[in-house]
Design a protein around this ligand. Structure first.
Ligand code: DGL
Length: 264
């Protein structure tokens, strides 16, 4: 496997970009390509078997652009549903993104934590198992934020703080009523609303996501396999439907990627 091959990131939309950014900041010589499966957005409203098929198909499409050396499923919904299936069929390392329940349970002082995720993640067995394994003594308030996912994907770039506060209002209320002191962002799209969530919840509330853990795992795998790149080329952003081209162009630019259009 070539060490200068790209690291591939996939998500249903723009959620995985902050994860890519974390790695890019730490490893500036790495090459990346990113696939937003916009045609099938949102994953969080689909059934388990649909998501497995979609993720396998997205991986196939990405491979047609050149084989990556590592795949990051930068989507909690896809990871908790399809990680095992993807790992079984690919012969490259696959890193998933799952809700940071363990970190939250360690950080929480009152042992009351909130998890904000998609409907599929909230209802799935994977999250239940994470809670059982890593937060057995915590009260966990699970909130499904499907409206926030759609908002980030479609309207975030043209919205002000007021609008964002309105969109997150219900989730904030539920977490406040449950008395949580730590909130897990269990969907990659929610990284974009971290600041507003923190402001609305109060500065004392901790908001956690999985970027550090995922990023460190990627670095570890590259190191173990002697796969650090030494030749930087362009990074590409692909999508599977042109419908949001304008906003995707802007998102790609924000994260230093070239917008390369619909993947063939
Ligand atoms: N970004 C995805 C996640 O982390 C979900 C978005 C969707 O519902 O498609 O779960």
């Amino acid at each position: 496997m070539s060490k200068n091959a790209p690291i591939a990131f996939i998500d249903s939309g723009v959620g995985g970009l902050p994860y890519l950014q974390w790695v890019k900041d730490k490893l500036p010589l790495e090459n990346f390509y990113y696939l937003a499966d916009s045609k099938n957005f949102p994953y969080g409203e689909k059934s388990q078997s649909e998501i497995v098929d979609l993720v396998l198909n997205a991986v196939k499409q990405l491979n047609s652009k050149g084989n990556p050396k590592l795949l990051v499923i930068a989507c909690n919904t896809a990871s908790v549903t399809a990680l095992d299936s993807v790992r079984r069929i690919l012969n490259i390392p696959v890193v998933g993104v799952v809700p940071a329940v363990k970190s939250a349970a360690e950080l929480s002082e009152n042992k009351r934590i909130g998890v904000l995720a998609t409907k599929r993640t909230v209802q799935g067995a994977y999250l239940q198992d994470l809670i059982k394994d890593f937060a057995p003594t915590c009260h966990v308030e699970k909130v499904s934020g499907s409206g926030i996912v759609r908002f980030v994907e479609n309207d975030y770039l043209k919205s002000d703080n007021l609008r964002i506060n309105l969109i997150i209002e219900d989730a904030v209320l539920q977490f406040r009523e449950a008395g949580v002191d730590t909130v897990v962002l269990g969907c990659t799209h929610f990284i974009y609303i971290t600041d507003q969530l923190k402001k609305q919840m109060g500065e004392k509330i901790r908001i956690v996501d999985s970027r550090n853990g995922v990023g460190r795992q990627i670095i570890h795998i590259l190191k173990e396999n002697d796969l650090f790149s030494d030749n930087k080329t362009d990074d590409c952003f692909y999508c599977t439907a042109e419908s949001s081209a304008e906003s995707y162009r802007l998102f790609a630019k924000m994260f230093g990627l070239e917008y390369c259009g619909v993947i063939a």
